[in-house]
Design a protein. Structure first.
Ligand SMILES: *[C@@H]1O[C@H](CO)[C@@H](O)[C@H](O)[C@H]1NC(C)=O
Length: 319
């Protein structure tokens, strides 16, 4: 996975300890057990911590025990991750607890299973420290399934749209970005319409990335064709097994889309945009009570009226 928002590395220096003849502990550095850790903000504001072996010639089972500390507040998260034999890396998704803010200090130690005492470990690394820098306050919003919407400020509602709508955009005359979604009605057996997000478009400057269930277009060209001319330039697209992640490093914006499950997540890490965005996902000003702001700037308490105002003008949808 490509990482831009925040890349951090630390080395768990491996030091094998063995008593010397006079009984003192002797240490010997064994780079075979070095582990590298990188971290990246996800589109749901969690931090993905990836632990990678730096030596892949011999890959025994390695257990890494670590602490994540928030400084100066005395919050500590203790965790453990196992690199199974032969596996080069392992990723752990850490949901940053509410009220915890970076910088975080991660410190860890790597261990091997003790062959003589089942369940015991032999410490093969010394404790090292690494700081995950403050990457800004992260706010996330989502649209899920038939769509349950959650704004950046945590206001929740259901919305049954039936065309293209603005999920979130930079709320100025010349928006730096806009993300819109196509909602399509599901076949239903009652009078009630249920819809789902079936495609999203992410526009950054002069580039538009369009995603649906299984295609990725950049300015209407298939992604692989666009890549030949180094497009997209404004974002990085990461294709994972179950989702597509669009990372807009310059804006500190992260978008995740799972077209098969109709799940959309977006995280804004740039405080400059907090309160300066608008759309179905609200204004990200930390107040959930003013999120139903229509396209014309006025507010409403009616979800349907609010939703209809964010329909993309000039596009026809025939359902
Ligand atoms: C989204 O992108 C697709 C493919 O380029 C395009 O057909 C569609 O009209 C776009 N929707 C909006 C709202 O711009």
């Amino acid at each position: 996975m490509w990482k831009v928002l925040l890349i951090s590395l630390f080395f768990i220096s491996s030091v094998a300890t063995a008593p010397s003849e006079d009984g003192r502990i002797r240490t010997r550095r064994d780079p075979q057990y070095d582990v590298v850790v990188s971290s990246q903000r996800q589109a749901d504001c969690s931090l993905a911590l990836t632990f990678i072996r730096s030596d892949s010639t011999n890959m025994p089972k390695l257990t890494v025990r670590f602490d994540i500390d928030q400084t100066p507040a005395a919050n500590t998260h203790e965790g453990e991750i196992v690199l199974q034999p032969g596996l080069e890396s392992e990723t752990l998704d850490w949901n940053v607890p509410i009220g915890w803010n970076p910088p975080f200090v991660v410190s860890g130690v790597s261990m091997l299973d003790d062959p003589n005492n089942v369940g015991d470990f032999i410490q093969v690394g010394q404790r090292v420290q690494h700081t995950i820098p403050d990457d800004g306050p992260c706010v996330m919003a989502s649209a899920k399934r038939d769509p349950h919407m959650a704004t950046f400020d945590g206001f929740r509602y259901n919305f049954q749209g039936t065309c293209w709508y603005t999920l979130v955009k930079h709320c100025t005359e010349n928006p730096e970005f806009e993300i819109s979604a196509r909602f399509e009605p599901l076949k239903s057996n009652g009078p009630e319409i249920k819809s789902r997000a079936t495609a999203i478009n992410v526009t950054i400057g002069d580039e538009r990335i369009s995603l649906d269930k299984d295609t990725i277009l950049v300015n209407d060209q298939p992604y692989w064709v666009a890549q030949l001319s180094d497009r997209p330039r404004n974002a990085h697209i990461d294709v994972n097994s179950d989702s597509i992640v669009i990372d807009i490093a310059r804006l500190k914006l992260e978008v995740e889309w799972d077209g098969r499950k109709h799940i959309f997540n977006a995280a804004i890490l740039n405080p400059e945009y907090h309160g300066k965005v608008c759309g179905l996902l609200g204004n990200a000003d930390e107040n959930p009570h003013n999120d139903l702001q229509k396209r014309d700037g006025s507010t409403t308490l009616d979800i349907d009226e609010f939703g209809a105002s964010w329909r993309t003008p000039g596009i026809r949808c025939d359902y």
